[in-house]
Design a protein around this ligand. Structure first.
Ligand code: FE2
Length: 365
C-alpha cells in the first residue's frame, strides 16, 4: 500500500475564516481581492447564531463567518485569536471513511460524519482537529448540485469588480509552538498518509535568516501542501513567535494563491488597495544573476516588488501581503510557478542581505 491510500483526498474544498464582522470582511475580500460572492446563510435563511458569506475566485473558495450572540463559538474564536482561519476543508470521496481512518490513527474527532440535505441533494461532512483551534472538515459533495451547502442560498456580490486572476490554493501554512513542528509533521504522516516534501534549500542558511524552521507535508499527488513552521533562533526576532503571541497559540499563518500572470494580478490588487510587503531596492540588483532568465521582465518585478527564486525544477515568482487584519497574524501570498516546486527559501537570505546593504548605505551597519 502506498502512502495516502487509506485517505484519498480530491483537493481543497474551502477555507473558512471566523471573523468579528463577516459582512465587512466579505466586502474586503470581494473588492480588494477580487472574489465573487456566491452564497449566504444567516438569520434570513433560518440560521440563528451566525452569518456566513461564501466567496469564490477561480477554484478558490473562502467562507467568512461571524457569530451573532455572546456565547457563539465563532465570536469566542474571533475574540481569542482575532480574525483567522478556522477550517481547512478538504474534498474527499467518502467523509465517513476519511473520519474513521483519521480517528483510528489518532486524530481528535470534532464533528461525527453526517449528511446534510436540501432540494439540491446531499453533502456528507465530518471534522477533525489539527493544530490550535483549527479543524479539517472532510466534504463529500458528489451527490450535491446546490451552490455550496444545504442551508445556504445563492447570493451575488453587490457591485463586484471582477476577479484579479487568482486561480487555486497553492499551500496553507501553519505556525506551531517551538518544539512542536515534528509532532505535526508526524500527525500529517500518520493521519493523512502525507509525506515530507524535500525541496531544495540550504536549510542552515534559510533558518539563520528567516528565524523559522519549516517542513512541508504533501499528499500523494502534490495537490495539498501543508508547510508547518516553528520558531528558530535567527539573526532577527522570530516572526513566528510574534504570531503565536498575538494569535494566542498555533494557527494558519498564510494562504498562498496561484496566478498565471503575477504582474497583472499584483497590479490589480494594488489598484484595489491591497498592501504588499515592500522589498528593498538592493534586492533587485542581485536577482537577475541569482535567478537567471525568466519569461517576465525584471523591470516589472522591481516596479511591483515581486520576488523571484529558482530551484532544481524551475523558478517561481511570489509576493506577500501585509497582514489582513490588525493583529500580526494571517496574511496572503500570491505565487506563480514555472516548474519550481519549492517555496522561495532563497528569498530569505536575499532579502536579509538587501536590507543590510541599505543599512550600510545609511551608515547604520
Ligand atoms: Fe508560502
Amino acid at each position: 500500500m502506498t502512502a495516502g491510500d487509506f485517505m484519498p483526498l480530491d483537493g481543497w474544498d474551502h477555507i473558512e475564516l471566523w471573523v468579528g464582522n463577516a459582512k465587512q470582511a466579505a466586502y474586503f475580500y470581494e473588492h480588494a481581492f477580487g472574489f465573487r460572492r456566491i452564497a449566504y446563510a444567516g438569520p434570513e435563511t433560518g440560521v440563528r447564531d451566525r452569518a456566513s458569506y461564501v466567496l469564490e475566485q477561480g477554484d478558490v473558495r473562502f467562507v467568512l463567518s461571524s457569530g451573532l450572540r455572546r456565547e457563539s463559538p465563532v465570536g469566542e474564536f474571533a475574540c481569542l485569536h482575532g480574525d483567522g482561519v478556522k477550517d481547512i476543508a478538504l474534498r474527499v470521496p467518502d467523509a465517513r471513511a476519511a473520519y474513521r481512518e483519521a480517528v483510528q490513527r489518532g486524530a481528535r474527532g470534532v464533528a461525527e460524519p453526517h449528511w446534510s440535505e436540501d432540494e439540491h441533494g446531499r453533502v456528507e461532512l465530518a471534522s477533525i482537529a489539527t493544530y490550535g483551534d483549527v479543524v479539517h472538515t472532510f466534504v463529500n459533495r458528489g451527490e450535491y448540485e446546490g451552490v455550496y451547502l444545504p442551508g445556504y442560498v445563492a447570493q451575488s456580490s453587490n457591485g463586484a469588480d471582477g476577479g484579479v486572476g487568482l486561480v487555486t490554493i497553492d499551500h496553507v501554512v501553519g505556525n506551531v509552538e517551538l518544539g512542536r513542528m515534528e509532532h505535526w509533521v508526524d500527525f500529517y504522516e500518520r493521519v493523512f498518509g502525507m509525506t515530507e516534501m524535500i525541496h531544495f534549500s540550504d536549510e542552515d542558511i534559510s533558518t539563520e535568516y528567516s528565524a523559522l524552521m519549516s517542513k512541508v507535508m504533501t499528499d500523494g499527488q502534490g495537490k495539498i501542501k501543508f508547510p508547518i513552521n516553528e520558531p528558530a533562533e535567527g539573526k532577527r526576532k522570530s516572526q513566528i513567535e510574534e504570531y503565536l503571541e498575538y494569535n494566542h497559540g498555533p494557527g494558519v499563518q498564510h494562504i498562498a494563491l496561484t496566478t498565471e500572470n503575477i504582474v497583472e494580478t499584483v497590479e490589480a490588487l494594488q489598484r484595489r488597495g491591497v498592501i504588499f510587503l515592500n522589498t528593498p531596492e538592493a534586492y533587485y540588483e542581485e536577482v537577475p544573476e541569482r535567478v537567471g532568465e525568466i519569461a517576465e521582465s525584471y523591470e516589472d518585478l522591481r516596479r511591483l516588488r515581486i520576488l523571484a527564486d529558482r530551484d532544481d525544477d524551475g523558478y517561481l515568482l511570489q509576493i506577500f501581503t501585509k497582514t489582513a487584519q490588525d493583529r500580526p497574524t494571517l496574511f496572503f501570498e500570491v505565487i506563480e510557478r514555472h516548474g519550481a516546486r519549492g517555496f522561495g527559501d532563497g528569498n530569505f537570505k536575499a532579502l536579509f542581505e538587501a536590507i543590510e546593504r541599505e543599512q550600510a548605505l545609511r551608515g547604520n551597519l
